[in-house]
Design a protein. Structure first.
Length: 150
């Protein structure tokens, strides 16, 4: 009889709000995902440097080092080989923060409020090596209708 090999991913939750970390833990923790937590930006770099982190979920607002600074710090460390590349999912407070998430090098983002389906979909995509952009609050495209070329 062949044994089934289970793949387990380590996801690091980074937020200074214990309630947000708890909410995400409840949404994600299971037999295939191990959750770890940090409450500070510098804590993210320290934990990622130890190795074995597959995904970092970072809140946009964390004390004096927010999500954008954390993501840029990780990308800087990766750029000269001081850290292994790790995917980052940024939790945004508002739609205009999308620009900041993209500029920081995050592979994915979700605009709050969070819901379990979107969070799990984003996490699965990033763990597969894909990107994820939350389109929940994207404005509808307006198209002109009429006889514009006549």
């Amino acid at each position: 009889m062949l044994a089934t090999l289970k793949v387990v991913a380590t996801v690091l939750l980074a937020s200074d709000l214990s309630s947000l970390r708890h909410e995400l833990r409840v949404m994600l923790e299971g037999p295939d995902i191990v959750i770890e937590e940090v409450a500070t930006g510098p804590g993210v770099r320290s934990r990622v440097a130890e190795g074995g982190v597959d995904l970092v979920i970072v809140d946009m607002q964390i004390g004096s080092m927010g999500g954008m600074a954390i993501c840029m710090d990780l990308r800087h460390e990766e750029s000269y080989g001081a850290a292994e590349p790790v995917a980052v999912l940024m939790l945004l407070d508002r739609r205009p923060d999308v620009f900041l998430a993209r500029r920081s090098g995050a592979e994915g983002f979700i605009v709050k409020p969070l819901d379990p389906q979107r969070v799990r979909t984003a996490v699965r995509a990033l763990l597969r090596g894909e990107e994820y952009e939350d389109e929940t609050f994207r404005p509808a495209t307006v198209r002109a209708v009429g006889n514009a070329g006549q």
